[in-house]
Design a protein around this ligand. Structure first.
Ligand code: BG6
Ligand code: MG
Length: 211
């Protein structure tokens, strides 16, 4: 008997890598505010929403900003980020990821559960716009990971209970969201070192040993 009936994937850091583009866009903003933002600090922003990321960056300085100022800064960062995302193409999906997705699609309904409001744009850039059975993203939720809302909505969209779905995540916030929502999880990348993840995988095709 199989253990899971569906798989929910995080997008950034699992299906493709957008870390460097997030970094470059935040770096431009941080430099304009003379804040000491670097790649190591950028790692803290993984899985965290845009506004929460901005707050973490602004915490590097003393100055307080109004909500309007913060909205304008987040918009500016996103404009830069979207310009950088234009460079993405199907070549940004590795052979390992693509072959694993194709193999799993033959057996399971598959969903995306991402905090990013740019999810659909990224999926279209990398040639996977119509691939998944459900896509729940930052536009569909009121609370970002580590809140489980995005994964609960993804399970619901697939008509599955959390206990029947495996969540695949690269961020600590995402593994916490999975645990809080009652999902088993497979941690990849940074999240492969987290004890709270049910499985620890080195590359996406390792899922084929679990599923
Ligand atoms: C997550 C990323 O997928 O989306 C975070 O890991 C990012 O780094 C978050 O902050 C929100 O992204 P966006 O595209 O809505 O600014
Ligand atoms: Mg991620």
């Amino acid at each position: 008997m199989r253990k899971y009936d569906a798989v929910i994937f995080d997008l950034d850091g699992v299906i493709c890598s957008t870390d460097e583009y997030h970094y470059l866009a935040w770096k431009e903003l941080a430099d304009s505010l003379a804040l000491p933002f670097d790649r190591q600090y950028n790692n803290k922003l993984r899985g965290v929403s845009r506004l929460e990321s901005l707050n973490l960056i602004l915490a590097l300085g003393e100055r307080q900003y109004s909500d309007e100022e913060k909205q304008a800064m987040a918009q500016k960062k996103n404009d830069t980020y979207r310009r950088l995302l234009e460079k993405m193409s199907p070549a940004d999906v590795s052979d390992d990821v693509l072959s694993t997705l194709n193999e799993l699609k033959r057996k399971y309904p598959l969903a995306i559960g991402s905090s990013s409001r740019n999810t659909k744009f990224i999926l279209s850039r990398i040639g996977l716009a119509d691939f998944f059975d459900a896509v729940i993203d930052g536009n569909d939720i009121s609370a970002s990971k580590p809140d489980p809302e995005v994964f609960l909505k993804a399970a619901d969209a697939l008509s599955q209970r959390p206990s029947s779905c495996l969540v695949v995540e690269d961020a600590a916030a995402g593994i916490e969201a999975a645990v809080r929502g009652g999902f088993d999880s497979a941690g990849i990348g940074d999240a492969s070192r987290l004890e709270s993840a049910t499985y620890h995988i080195g590359r996406l095709s390792d899922l084929l040993d679990i599923l």
